[in-house]
Design a protein. Structure first.
Length: 139
């Protein structure tokens, strides 16, 4: 059985070169790739909270294009370059996911691709009601 893939493009010139999509929907699952805090003009705010908000804004837009909402998110992963930024980034995450409360991980990484980036975030969502393959409710 083949499941169709719906790709969400970011407009990055690297999508074809590297071979990635901003987000991918397969069935009822939406996976949003690591999302950097870059504005369309290539700029990047130095404030970690502003960076987190920008990452989350891009994620929410990608989710919408794939037919999902923040309420559908079941997991996020946040990569920080400095542990001191955890609270500012966490509070920004809470602005979007406070009531959703997905499983969430924060990792301090040695660095990200662009030295201006202090944070990168990825997300996974499941769209629709949780059902077992036979259509019944999960236990």
């Amino acid at each position: 059985m083949t499941t169709d893939r719906q790709r969400v493009a970011s407009g990055s010139p690297f999508e074809n070169e590297i071979g990635f999509s901003r987000a991918l929907r397969v069935g009822n699952r939406v996976i949003v790739a690591g999302t950097a805090p870059v504005w369309p003009d290539g700029s990047c705010d130095p404030d970690p909270a502003a960076q987190a908000r920008r990452c989350l804004e891009i994620i929410v837009e990608a989710l919408a294009e794939a037919g999902a909402k923040p309420q559908d998110v079941v997991r996020t992963r946040t990569f920080l370059t400095d542990a001191v930024d955890w609270q500012a980034v966490g509070l920004a995450h809470g602005e979007v996911f406070r009531d959703v409360r997905p499983a969430s991980t924060m990792v301090v990484a040695g660095g990200l691709l662009d030295p201006r980036w202090k944070v990168e975030i990825e997300a996974e969502a499941i769209v629709g009601d949780a059902q077992t393959p036979d259509g019944g409710s999960p236990v």
